[in-house]
Design a protein around this ligand. Structure first.
Ligand SMILES: [Zn+2]
Length: 322
């Protein structure tokens, strides 16, 4: 991750870092933190920064010094007391949790503490969550757990209640604009602002070239609703690697449709307005809401099980017009 966008803490998360840093410097930091904000708002970067702050040899400082042995190892990505399980890469399973718990059961190797980041912790299956719960009840000494979760995700309540909750603020439009202006990606993200407000998600879509897939979605759905395109043709570019993108795009489009029907602000409205009008005319607002909820629950299920999204999405498209 050489990209400065992915290594420098964005301005809207600085206050949250200070809040945790102060607790740390006063030796009042909880052994379990839950960073709750929107996915794509930068919570993973904040979790990493807090981990570096905790592992820094200068215990009395609020934030990492950047110069000590621990800081240098963290910068190189080779700190043996830093552990990460990333739910974005798929379901977090109980064996992965057990392996990490075994590792942190011993004394720290370099630092005075050990840190375990569970990113997108709602991706833990129930057995994994129970194993974490046990560890949170009796944390191995000197071990800090940092969980991140989307506010709308279904992280089990017993895990939640064991953590110090840090609610992350959403960036203002000005903060997002300032952040993107340093990245030279404004052209690539300009047309897909309807997909999400979350800057890191937009950034990754543009950077990976996947923004093209999203740009096509409103027009293809419009044609599908008019009977000019079959469900198979709409989904012809769908494969196992991008199926989550299709699901994300459809959810976003239905979400914007609901906002549009209430008169709320919709980004890129001129580009997607005809599709939104067509959805409302063809399905009606109640069915639009129903379809949106179905897409959301499909998303939740996908995180926890190995659903075949290609089949599921086709049946959603057919349901819209049923
Ligand atoms: Zn340091």
């Amino acid at each position: 991750m050489n990209d400065t966008a992915l290594t420098k803490l964005p301005s809207w998360l600085e206050a949250s870092q200070s809040e945790v840093g102060e607790l740390k410097a006063n030796q009042a930091l909880s052994h379990a933190l839950l960073l709750m904000g929107k996915d794509g708002g930068g919570q993973h970067l904040l979790a990493t920064q807090i981990a570096y702050d905790i592992l820094c040899d200068q215990k009395q400082l609020n934030s990492a010094c950047g110069e000590c042995h621990s800081c240098r190892l963290n910068h190189a990505g080779t700190h043996p007391d830093y552990h990460l399980l990333d739910g974005q890469e798929g379901t977090i399973k109980v064996d992965q949790i057990r392996q990490i718990i075994t590792k942190v059961a011993t004394s720290p190797q370099v630092s005075h503490a050990k840190v375990v980041i569970l990113a997108q912790a709602a991706s833990m299956n129930i057995n994994a969550a129970n194993a974490v719960l046990k560890a949170l009840e009796e944390p191995p000494s000197g071990t800090y757990f940092i969980l991140t979760a989307d506010a709308s995700s279904q992280l089990i309540a017993t895990v939640r209640s064991r953590c110090l909750l840090i609610n992350l603020p959403e960036p203002s439009s000005a903060q997002i604009e300032e952040w993107f202006s340093g990245l030279d990606l404004e052209d690539d993200v300009a047309d897909i602002q309807w997909v999400t407000k979350q800057p890191f998600t937009l950034y990754q879509l543009a950077k990976s070239g996947r923004s093209l897939l999203y740009k096509d979605v409103p027009e293809n759905i419009d044609k599908y609703l008019q009977g000019e395109m079959s469900a198979d043709l709409v989904l012809s570019k769908l494969d196992s690697k991008n199926s989550a993108d299709f699901l994300f795009a459809y959810s976003a489009l239905f979400h914007q449709c609901i906002c549009y029907s209430t008169g709320a602000y919709v980004p890129n409205l001129s580009q997607i307005q005809s599709t939104l009008d067509r959805l409302l005319n063809r399905l009606g607002i109640h069915k639009v809401m129903d379809c949106f909820n179905r897409l959301q629950s499909l998303n939740d299920k996908t995180r926890k099980t190995n659903l075949n999204l290609q089949i599921q999405l086709k049946s959603e498209l057919i349901y819209w017009l049923s």
